[in-house]
Design a protein around this ligand. Structure first.
Ligand SMILES: [Zn+2]
Length: 73
């Protein structure tokens, strides 16, 4: 008779999936349809309500500025 094999416990640890997102200005930009003031989503989130400085509440989504990366030699 041989000793029973040790129980194999499944590893409860899972590899961390969350990778740090790159710091780029990929936030959505909104433009007031009345005065044209551009506001970022981050900025709007800080406010108690989505409202432009002119008081208008209608925004349209515009493309955020894309910073082109230039490779240095
Ligand atoms: Zn406005």
């Amino acid at each position: 008779m041989s000793a029973p094999p040790p129980p194999i416990a499944p590893a409860p640890e899972t590899p961390p999936k969350e990778a740090a997102p790159p710091k780029v200005f990929a936030a959505a930009v909104y433009e007031c349809v009345r005065c044209g003031t551009k506001t970022t989503q981050e900025e709007l989130a800080r406010l108690p309500e989505v409202k432009c400085i002119c008081g208008y509440r209608v925004f349209k989504k515009v493309r955020p500025m894309v910073v082109k990366q230039i490779k240095a030699i």
